[in-house]
Design a protein around this ligand. Structure first.
Ligand SMILES: [Zn+2]
Length: 207
């Protein structure tokens, strides 16, 4: 009987281990609804939406280096509601719901002791708040829906996905909470890209 009790304790320990394991982001998944989310296929990325390319000035934006990858809407119907997931275990650091440039930033603890921050821009219907714990099955929001794309432009039918190595930039305070943004449009020198960003491709498997 004593031996059984010992075994039961071990089983309980194993059962609760995932609770502690959730603290770390060990494995990263694509933020989109595809069948194998560990594998980054080239067809998922928009033409001219790769990491590190130069973006000429357009609209009111100055020229800058592209600091993420633009991931296409994988849905069957362009512009339909399509989920955007968190890429790994983490905690929501900041949320911004300002129209086409809405974004969510998630902070991830790495087992090695470091931290990375994933950012998802051009999303709508945001379903998380700062402080929320998330994992790779958590829906953060959706690709921009068809009605809004008609208003704002079909070119926004992608998620601009970044992996920051630097702590995001403080841009304000609301409800006693600091608000952060990425450095997306601030990078005007090639040498600055790797100071702030990882190439998101390194977090996934190649096809
Ligand atoms: Zn982009």
């Amino acid at each position: 009987m004593k031996k059984n009790k010992g075994l039961i304790s071990i089983f309980l320990l194993i059962a609760f281990m995932p609770v502690f394991a959730d603290f770390f982001a060990d494995v990263f998944y694509l933020p989109i609804n595809v069948s194998e989310r560990r594998i980054l296929k080239e067809k998922y990325i928009c033409l001219a939406g790769d990491f590190g390319i130069w973006r000429k000035p357009y609209n009111n934006l100055k020229g800058h280096y592209h600091t993420g990858i633009d991931i296409k809407n994988p849905g069957e119907f362009s512009g339909a509601i399509e989920p955007v997931f968190a890429c790994a275990n983490g905690v929501v650091l900041s949320v911004n719901s300002s129209r086409a440039s809405s974004y969510v930033i998630v902070e991830h603890n790495l087992r090695s002791g470091g931290r990375v921050y994933s950012a998802y821009t051009h999303i709508s219907d945001i379903m998380v708040s700062p402080g929320d714990s998330v994992n790779h099955l958590s829906v953060l929001g959706s690709f921009i829906d068809h009605q809004k794309l008609d208003k704002w432009g079909e070119y926004l039918n992608h998620v601009h996905f970044e992996m920051l190595k630097a702590y995001p930039k403080k841009v304000g305070t609301a409800n006693n909470r600091d608000i952060y943004s990425s450095y997306s449009v601030d990078i005007t020198k090639k040498s600055e890209i790797s100071k702030y960003f990882f190439n998101p491709r390194i977090f996934f498997l190649k096809e």
